[in-house]
Design a protein around this ligand. Structure first.
Ligand SMILES: [Zn+2]
Length: 303
């Protein structure tokens, strides 16, 4: 390529990159400002809570993304004299810029995923337990779990009893004004289609067709509403059996119902020859059923 054309191209590109990077840096900042203004503008504490819970992490992530891309663009304006020597340096510079920007984005992502939830939780607790003010202007009192039941209807109590929803009841002791706020409970429970409370619980799992190494199996899940007692059944696929347990992986985010701190149960079987096999289960029922069914010759052979 003609040196002069190449130089003119680089000059133009540099100008465009500066403008684009400047725009992204401003955008990154604006997202953070909008986020802060939004939180401040929500008057209701429960509203602040809901916004922080659903939007905060996403907004910070968009802001970080805009910043990383801006860094990528700016790095592509560096070392112009070197890049003029050969087109190869143009490609190398772009590659290095991509590595650095990706690293910034990735480190940010890790912080958001592992550190930020704890920080957000602190803010959430602050807004959830900050004393509410009644319409008469009095400070309200948060009732304890034992005290609040009189103010909750049966459906709400049923939801609380299976930990699917947590209700906070605030009372103005002078005027008797009540404020009831709904929060996510400790366990994940489905919403009943009939009574619309979050009280649908898994009662039984039934394997109608066991999986083989070549074919998927089928599983029925029977649910029952603990409040209105309506029933629901859903059909699920069971993945093919794997030849080696090395391929066996638990879904990372799986949460045991009622055993949130238990990630998995491992059964280790050691043969008379000293060969060890490990099997993982999501709950003790599956582990017990497995042991009842287990015969050594049927176990998958490690290759
Ligand atoms: Zn129901």
């Amino acid at each position: 390529m003609d040196k002069e054309i190449y130089r003119a191209f680089l000059d133009d590109l540099t100008r465009i990159l500066y403008v684009a990077a400047g725009f992204l840096l401003i955008l990154s900042l604006v997202i953070r400002i909008i986020n802060a203004v939004k939180v401040a503008s929500i008057k209701d504490y429960k509203g602040k809570y809901d916004y922080l819970r659903t939007r905060e992490n996403k907004m910070v992530w968009y802001s970080l993304l805009a910043f990383s891309i801006a860094v990528f663009l700016i790095l592509n304006t560096f070392e112009k004299e070197t890049v003029l020597i050969s087109e190869w340096w143009f490609v190398i510079r772009m590659f290095i810029a991509l590595c650095i920007a990706t690293l910034i984005g990735y480190v940010g992502y890790l912080i958001l995923k592992f550190y930020n939830p704890g920080r957000i939780q602190k803010k959430l607790d602050k807004w959830r337990y900050m004393p509410r003010i009644s319409s008469a202007g009095n400070e309200m009192k948060l009732l304890s779990e034992a005290e609040e039941d009189v103010y909750l209807d049966e459906g709400m109590q049923a939801e609380e009893n299976i930990f699917s929803v947590d209700y906070d009841v605030w009372v103005d002791e002078k005027t008797k004004e009540i404020k009831i706020e709904k929060y996510h409970g400790y366990l994940e429970v489905l919403k009943c289609g009939t009574c619309t409370f979050q009280t649908l619980k898994l009662r039984e799992e039934e394997i109608i067709k066991p999986a083989t190494e070549t074919e998927d199996g089928e599983l029925l899940k029977h649910y029952e509403c603990t409040y209105c007692h309506s029933k629901r059944t859903t059909k699920h696929k069971i993945g093919k059996l794997l030849k080696s347990e090395k391929d066996f992986k638990l879904p990372i985010d799986y949460i045991l119902k009622g055993e949130r701190k238990v990630k998995s149960i491992m059964v280790e079987i050691i043969s008379s020859k000293g060969e060890r096999s490990e099997f993982y289960f999501q709950n003790k029922e599956d582990a017990a059923r497995f042991l009842a069914e287990f015969e050594y010759d049927k176990s998958p052979v490690e290759e």
